[in-house]
Design a protein around this ligand. Structure first.
Ligand code: HEM
Length: 438
């Protein structure tokens, strides 16, 4: 709550002016430069409108959580880009629709619901290892980033919609690429991509409506069977929006996390040695299952640390509904407030030697010494990622299944550049040679 008599209105955060071309060409570098030059809060002119970048755990907690009701998701990314594809699904909708839908969908992602997905995740990763075996035998490099995209798409469609997308994975991947790379919803190619994705999503829905599978307790049945308080069913368009949102939110984010993990592992042989020792001891050649998770402690730390350095959702933003005060500065109503896990996760006050990949930052003791929002790869507050445990579970199956069986060696030692689109991708992917471990 603001006390207007103290008129913090007189204190404006430092202003960086416009990011200009740099902001557009390399928004990550621009954000890093802003935090390094101006500190934990700064006003900048984004290409679209004035905005504030906040980079302190207390400020982030305020916007996402403690004063979260003063902010919504009416931002350029959401309204202009994501909504063109996902409509009024969970990712972009606002109250009261959002609350109703979240309440409905939440149980499918509850910790107790997740173990039933383990088996299909195991089967999916085994389909990937068939391809990796072939690459190993032929000694031909493959792009592990593409493999991760294919794998996570496969998993999310199987888990949530019991739909086998494997024969269309390439098309879907390409359409998603077009969507995010062009970033202009009215562009001809983007419209064509949306149309294709729509076809696939409606095929998923229509197939189920025509051939109900009562025995399935997947998310699709849940959406189709749901009844609102007045007894009405969810409109098909709403089902479509939810399915599309989950496809968009649930596949590329996880794929990037895994790809960056392979990239980091390639540079840190000590970490690989420790990882392999854990996998060999716990699994002895098996693909992991839920019962193994408590013992895959080091693997878990590796995933957390990879998400620190390369948080797939690299920028999270909100619009202020009313005036606010952040860190003693005045934030007028309607402002855009941006938060970046990428810059926060490199803040030297909270992370020693921030560029170093060090999974030991994620021991229980170390985690307890850091403020909650020094690390927020899944956001926070009411709009926190609904799929966070799903993504972690998936990663805990995929990393050991692959690292237990192979070493992935990058074809070139060159640094891989971050490509900050909607998600943080490795530019050019991660070409690797696959070597079978004996
Ligand atoms: C490593 C993988 C993932 C990362 C880093 C990630 C990150 C995030 C973040 C930061 C948000 C909040 C955005 C905001 O506050 O503006 C979010 C929201 C969301 N995520 Fe994820 N996510 C991941 C995986 C998944 C998966 C696997 C699913 C589903 C299968 C999923 C579904 C969603 C949905 C539906 C929302 C919107 C939630 C709402 O507003 O109610 N995500 N995600």
């Amino acid at each position: 709550m603001i006390n207007h008599t103290t008129l913090i209105a007189h204190r404006h955060p430092p202003s960086a002016g416009t990011g200009g071309r740099e902001e557009i060409r390399n928004p990550l570098r621009f954000f890093m430069w802003l935090t390094q030059t101006y500190g934990d809060i700064v006003q900048y002119r984004s290409s679209v409108e004035p905005a504030y970048l906040i980079n302190h755990p207390d400020y982030i907690r305020q916007v996402l959580q403690s004063n979260g009701q003063n902010y919504n998701k009416d931002t350029f990314l959401n309204k202009y880009m994501l909504e063109a594809l996902t409509g009024q699904g969970l990712l972009t909708s606002e109250n009261p629709l959002w609350r109703e839908q979240r309440r409905l969908i939440q149980p499918a992602f509850h910790k107790h619901s997740l173990p039933k997905f383990a088996e299909l995740m195991q089967q999916a990763v085994q389909r990937t290892t068939v391809r990796l075996d072939a690459a190993a035998a032929e000694r031909e490099p493959i792009n592990i980033a593409n493999e991760m995209m294919r794998l996570t798409l496969d998993i999310v469609t199987e888990a949530l919609f019991s739909f086998d997308i494997s024969d269309r994975a390439a098309e879907v991947g390409e359409a998603m690429d077009t969507m995010t790379a062009i970033g202009k919803p009215r562009h001809r190619k983007v419209r064509a991509a949306i149309e294709l994705l729509d076809q696939i999503v409606y095929a998923i829905i229509n197939e189920r409506r025509e051939h109900p599978q009562r025995e399935r307790d997947d998310l699709l049945n849940m959406l189709l069977d749901a009844r609102y308080d007045d007894g009405s069913a969810m409109p098909v368009k709403q089902v479509r929006d939810e399915v599309m949102s989950l496809l968009v939110a649930g596949h590329e984010t996880t794929a990037n996390t895994l790809s960056w993990t392979w990239y980091l592992l390639d540079q840190y042989p000590d970490v690989v040695a420790h990882l392999e020792a854990e996998i060999d001891e716990v699994l002895d050649g098996r693909v992991p299952g839920v019962a193994d998770f408590p013992r895959l402690v080091y693997t878990d730390k590796i995933i957390q640390e990879a998400m620190r350095l390369y948080p797939s959702a690299w920028s999270i933003s909100r619009r202020a509904l009313g005036d606010d005060e952040i860190g003693g500065y005045f934030i007028p109503a309607h402002s855009i407030v941006a938060m970046s896990p990428y810059t926060m996760h490199r803040h030297p006050d909270f992370w020693d030697d921030p560029e170093r990949f060090d999974p030991e930052r994620f021991t229980a003791e170390k985690i307890a010494t850091r403020p909650r929002y020094a690390y927020f790869p899944f956001g926070g507050g009411a709009r926190q990622c609904i799929g966070n445990n799903f993504a972690l579970m998936e990663s805990l199956i995929i990393i050991p299944a692959i690292a237990g069986r192979y070493r992935l060696r990058r074809v070139s030692d060159e640094r891989v550049e971050e490509h900050a689109l909607v998600t943080l991708r490795p530019r050019g992917g991660i070409p690797v040679y696959v070597e079978r471990r004996s």
